[in-house]
Design a protein around this ligand. Structure first.
Ligand code: ADP
Length: 510
């Protein structure tokens, strides 16, 4: 039987390929896990739809119940689609089941990712005929879901959804209006989390996989530079475009940051907005984090520094560094890729390590970075630790135990690292770009304001000078340094403010 939650708020289906705690490869997984949760807590009717991936932990798979199964055509392929559901933290999740596409280890990176994304997009739209939920808005995220607006336009605009459950749906919605089950009135929001990956494929895919002819593909804006570009369809057709910080929303309209989509962002600037990501502060909490050997909270400032000191000592011990409270620890927790500004770090690291400091790297990525950091760790093991793997628990120890976290990115749509650092009381040193610029208030030594350190230009020595400024504060004015930490920890990093902005945007659409 259809349930109607949260009277009066828009009904939103949030489509993503990953969502915490079911699957995560990056920031999108965090957002899809925590934004809908906050929206629902604040009274919205938002449900999430994602693939039933093999790697979803067994304990969640066991809780899923079957909603429907059916077949649909994707171009010439007649494909099975199952829908399963479960509720977690008040949020209803729907899982699209097809073992051929999703029973594999991993989320992305397969030779047929284009077909998997096309299948998922069409499955989301087909599922609206079977769900006990009649969304007014589909909120799509990144290129894997970006075909939804194109399919909607070409295949569904004149169809009726919810027909399978028509008898069960009440005649009117919670406002007394008749349910509008027409796909035609469905609105779409598309959020760019990562503009680097747009889903660019051979044009032959249009006919073979999507079932479009060239004119149809062109009418959706999918054709670009003799290729088919999934994301451009969503950028052209979605009713609203968002990205994950206000500064980045401006930057992607420029040639430097626009990744060849700046023309669309400029043209559609009126529907583009930047909404800063939050973090799940119930999980990322130094007061309760089970990964930490000692705990502290901004609500009890007196105990912060003694307890953080214990974490620092445990971190130094664990990584084989000299255990010494007076050595400042600079850290990187990152994918080791060019985006993250690591060539700047390589440019100055030898010079910087001549100072009386310690350095920690936790990351996996490109060989040139891993190799240099490994060498540094071998060359000076009491000062430099290279942990070249993925370890969530260790990352929390570093956020809590380090003094400074470096994020000198070339571009950064939002960035969770600097936000998590401030939440745990380590000071970010960032380049002023995207979400880094929006979230870190640079230290002002005249009035003591700020929550971290920042520099403007993509220049290795600007980074070095800022790292030295930070060292100067740490060494010569511990009172001001500690005060800066308290200021960083006191900021509200939860989703509440941003979720309210999404709720507002949804309301404007219906
Ligand atoms: P991106 O999504 O571009 O990788 P973000 O800053 O948005 O960057 O998110 C990165 C997240 O991944 C952060 O929460 C960071 O702590 C985490 N992370 C990155 N590398 C590692 C690692 N090697 N081990 C543990 N966590 C990591």
């Amino acid at each position: 039987m259809t349930t109607i939650k949260n009277e009066g708020s828009p009904r939103v289906l949030f489509a993503a390929f990953e969502a915490v705690p079911f699957a995560k490869t990056g920031g999108l997984g965090d957002v899809a896990g925590s934004l809908p949760k906050t929206l629902v807590q604040n009274g919205a009717d938002v449900r999430v739809i994602m693939p039933k991936l093999q790697d979803i932990p067994e304990k969640y798979k066991k809780q899923m119940t079957h909603v429907a199964d059916f077949y649909f055509y994707l171009a010439w392929r007649n494909l099975y689609c199952g829908i399963e559901t479960l509720e977690l933290n008040g949020v209803t999740f729907y899982f699209i089941d097809n073992e051929y596409y999703f029973k594999r280890s991993g989320v992305y990176g397969f030779g047929d990712d284009s077909e998997r994304a096309a299948f998922f997009a069409k499955a989301v739209l087909e599922s609206l005929r079977y769900l006990d939920f009649c969304p007014q808005i589909i909120h799509c995220n990144d290129w894997h879901t970006s075909l939804i607006p194109s399919f909607l336009k070409i295949f569904y605009q004149d169809c009726i959804m919810g027909s399978a459950l028509a008898d069960e749906l009440p005649a009117n919605d919670e406002n007394g209006k008749p349910y509008d089950r027409a796909y035609r009135s469905l609105r779409t929001v598309f959020t760019v989390h990562n503009l680097k990956f747009q889903g660019v494929f051979s044009p032959y895919l249009a006919i073979d996989t999507l079932g479009f002819n060239m004119e149809e593909a062109d009418s959706c804006g999918l054709m670009h530079n003799n290729a088919i570009n999934f994301m451009r369809g969503a950028l052209c057709l979605s009713d609203r475009l968002t990205t994950v910080s206000p500064t980045y929303a401006g930057e992607i309209c420029t040639d430097f940051y626009g990744e060849d989509c700046q023309d669309i962002f400029r043209y559609r600037n009126g529907v583009l907005s930047g909404i800063m990501n939050g973090i799940d502060t119930s999980v990322l909490d130094p007061e309760t984090d089970p990964n930490l050997p000692a705990h502290y909270s901004i609500d009890d400032p007196e105990h912060i520094f003694p307890e953080k000191g214990k974490v620092k000592a445990a971190l130094q011990e664990r990584l084989g560094l000299e255990v010494n409270p007076d050595k400042p620890i600079y850290a990187i927790i990152s994918r080791l890729t060019d985006q993250k500004g690591l060539d700047l770090v390589l440019g100055i690291i030898d010079e910087f390590m001549q100072l009386d400091v310690q350095f920690v790297v936790l990351g996996v990525g490109e060989h040139k970075y891993e190799e240099k950091f490994r060498q540094m760790g071998e060359f000076m093991p009491s000062k430099f630790a290279a942990a070249l793997y993925f370890d969530e628990g260790l990352s929390r120890m570093i956020y809590a135990g380090a003094d400074f976290i470096l994020v000198p990115s070339l571009f950064e749509p939002c960035g969770l690292t600097q936000i998590t650092a401030m939440r745990y009381g380590s000071l970010p040193i960032v380049r002023e770009t995207g979400g880094l610029k929006d979230s870190v208030i640079p230290y002002n030594r005249f009035d003591g304001s700020g929550t971290g350190f920042s520099f403007a230009n993509y220049n290795a020595h600007e980074l070095l000078f800022k790292m030295k400024d930070a060292l100067d504060l740490y060494t010569n004015d511990r009172v001001a340094f500690n005060q800066l930490i308290l200021q960083a920890m006191a900021v509200d990093y939860s989703w509440n403010a941003s979720a309210a902005k999404y709720a507002e945007l949804y309301k404007e659409l219906i």
